[in-house]
Design a protein around this ligand. Structure first.
Ligand SMILES: Nc1ncnc2c1ncn2[C@@H]1O[C@H](COP(=O)(O)OP(=O)(O)OP(=O)(O)O)[C@@H](O)[C@H]1O
Length: 308
């Protein structure tokens, strides 16, 4: 659905992006991660046919950005990181205005506008002025706007930036819904954890270069080669720690607040024998689970020595 080859954009001597290569299939959700100024917006604007590259190729659904920009615009929905809303316009009027720009007419226009409002959960704000919306609501309205013509490909530039945690979760939920609808999505962020659970592919861009471009599982594997467990017992924590440490499956263990964190030996895949040993030892085991991967650490590990 998206193919990028050797894409490069220079501003004078500065490489805004340099030799980017990327292939995405239909239904892929690509998390495009990088700090400010890394080149995310530049890449998206080129794909949206709003900016010409200095050299390189890019195709959306087989259409070249050079020769078929109109066809591309019909099948993409591009949500920039900042977009203006018109004063004195109600939410529904705003959507109808853009639907008209897409030449959607009459009863169909009304039906589509109501449909996207419903999808982004803003039906209750249909008569509100767009300027009265919170940032989170404005972002959802922006998403509604890019969905009006039912695009197959979505280019979303930092849709969750500047939002509070609640609103971020709302946006994530919405992205999951769009993913389930089979859309191909490129979504950028400067934070990896924000995207990891909605994307199947991850790209990390730094100073214009795509330094990591892989699927989410590989990201996780690269970061976590050993199983780490969180274990909690109702009493005798110190004693339990010793039992855990002496188990053949365990490489190291330590007390971490209320829990014991145990790193298993690299070949260990199944911790059930450790659980059985603890129970047989008379400990009341209240928790034993795989430790969640700290994605901030993942990001640092993946980009070690490359990012500044
Ligand atoms: N019109 C321009 N003229 C000169 N330099 C530019 C221009 N647009 C972007 N750049 C530079 O290109 C680089 C990449 O910018 P870009 O906006 O693509 O980054 P980004 O990853 O989207 O960052 P942000 O998260 O801040 O939006 C930056 O160094 C930026 O200063």
């Amino acid at each position: 659905m998206i193919e990028i080859r050797g894409l490069t954009k220079k501003y004078g001597e500065l490489f805004a992006i340099k030799d980017i290569n990327l292939e995405l299939s239909q239904g892929d959700v690509f998390g495009f991660i990088g700090p400010n100024g890394a080149g995310k917006t530049t890449t998206m604007r080129i794909l949206a046919t709003l900016l010409n590259p200095t050299w390189g190729e890019a195709y959306v659904a087989g259409h070249s950005i050079y020769t078929h920009p109109k066809e591309i615009r019909r099948i993409i929905g591009y949500m920039p990181d900042f977009f203006g809303v018109y004063d004195d316009m109600k939410v529904i009027e705003y959507l109808e205005f853009f639907a008209a720009a897409y030449r959607i007419r009459g009863a169909e226009r009304r039906k589509i506008c109501e449909g996207v409002l419903e999808l982004v959960d803003l039906t209750y704000k249909r008569e509100a002025l767009v300027t009265s919306l919170s940032r989170g609501m404005t972002q959802r309205l922006g998403l509604a706007r890019v969905l009006l013509h039912d695009p197959q490909v979505l280019l979303l530039d930092e849709p969750a930036s500047g939002l509070d945690p609640r609103a971020r979760i709302d946006i994530r939920g919405l992205l999951k819904e769009l993913r389930n609808m089979g859309k191909t999505i490129i979504v950028s962020s400067h934070i990896l954890p924000e995207l990891a659970d909605i994307c199947n592919k991850i790209g990390i861009i730094e100073k214009g270069e795509l330094i990591v471009n892989t699927d989410v599982e590989s990201v996780m594997k690269q970061v976590r080669q050993q199983l780490v467990l969180k274990i909690r017992v109702a009493e005798n924590m110190e004693q339990a720690l010793e039992t855990i440490r002496s188990h053949a499956l365990v490489e190291s263990a330590e007390i971490d607040a209320r829990d014991i964190t145990a790193t298993l030996v690299p070949e260990a895949e199944d911790p059930s024998d450790l659980a059985a040993t603890l129970i047989a030892g008379g400990y009341r085991l209240t928790l034993l689970k795989e430790d969640e991967i700290n994605l901030e650490t993942a990001f640092m590990a993946l980009t070690k020595g490359i990012t500044s």
